[in-house]
Ligand binder design. Sequence first.
Ligand code: PHE
Length: 341
Amino acid sequence: MEEKIKEIRAEIEEKIGSFDTSGKLYEFRKKFLDNKEGAISQLMKGMRDVPKEERPQFGKIVNEVKEWATARFDEMEERVKAKELERRNADEAIDVTMPGVVSPEGALHPDTMVINDLIDIFTSMGFEIFEGTEIENDYYNFTALNTPKDHPARDMQDTFYVSDEFLLRTQTSAGQIHVMENKKPPIKIRSPGKVFRPADDATHSPMFTQMEGLVVDKGISVCDLQGMLDTFSARIFGEGVKTRLRPSYFPFTEPSVEVDVSCFACGGKGCKLCKGTGWIEVLGAGIVNRHVLENCGIDPEEYSGFAFGMGVERIAMLKYGINNIKALFESDTRVAEQFKD
Ligand code: PHE
């Protein structure tokens, strides 16, 4: 038996230092200390064959080696676990001095920024949103807007016809009719969307974005229109910007006006942006023509309204100093990046 114990001690001493994971060490430990199979536990079982008077001595020797082995393994386990932790920490360590990976950051398109601003401004004034369709029929885009066939005002807006009946809408004003046909006053909507006209130069693109506004209620007058425009102009172009109305003509509004804002670049003194006039034209508007109300079943004796329509690209170009509308449609990301907040 002494021989056997010697062998056990020798084997443990020889190999105990060679394990680099606590899992492997545990497997080795089981070889000796496992309750059933372990070599030391097996020794204990040999007690049965030992004469009674020698049993205490036998038990003592086996217990000694058991305690010794247990202590040895416990101590070694602690060391291996500490090493494992060290290794894990080293693997997971973050080197804060390493250069980071810079992922390119996108930027909003100037049109999107203007539309977002417009939506914020008009939502805060209580306007609901109406989204029309890009293909309209002749009735909604023209006839119902007091512009029947052969009306000279049709020449104001060259048109892409899809068929005799259908066309690419030339103005978001078409949405006014849809809204008034489906809703009784009070009405307060704005309608942003793409519109199409065959015109192509530095300030005109065959496709551009408009934002329409329509308010119909009892007793709506030009004063309401100008009050709203003043609020809108100050918020989009800056505090102190004022509006001026000039007589104009649209078949669906009477009276009709062009709306100028005082030049936000020079404060009205006259500069390159306002071509020395101190004023910049930004949108068309007017009091809804009574024929348009009638076309939608709204009694013009009871209700009146105002409408306005603005070009989103025009506002973006003015606001961000862009001098060619093409820059807004070429999908060159450098355009948007310049105006990143
Ligand atoms: N629809 C007109 C245009 O495209 C703008 C406008 C809208 C004018 C509403 C008056 C009222 O030129």
